[in-house]
Write a protein of this length. Structure first.
Length: 64
């Protein structure tokens, strides 16, 4: 998980909570959307790391 994805998830959680406390449904929904955006960024980062690992394992020279 990247720092940015964690930041989005935390900010979204706070925004959702504030929306619930104030009865602001729009803010609550925006908070949920921000959390989803953070989860998506985290998943993309994880997929990128996995792909790089596969690439590294395929291109590694084991002839030593």
């Amino acid at each position: 998980m990247t720092d940015e994805s964690a930041k989005d998830k935390i900010a979204g959680k706070a925004k959702e909570a504030m929306g619930k406390m104030t009865g602001n449904k729009r803010m609550e929904s925006e908070g949920k959307a921000d959390q989803a955006k953070g989860k998506a960024k985290g998943a993309m980062g994880d997929a990128r790391e996995s792909a790089e690992g596969v690439k590294d394992s395929l291109t590694r020279d084991d002839k030593d």
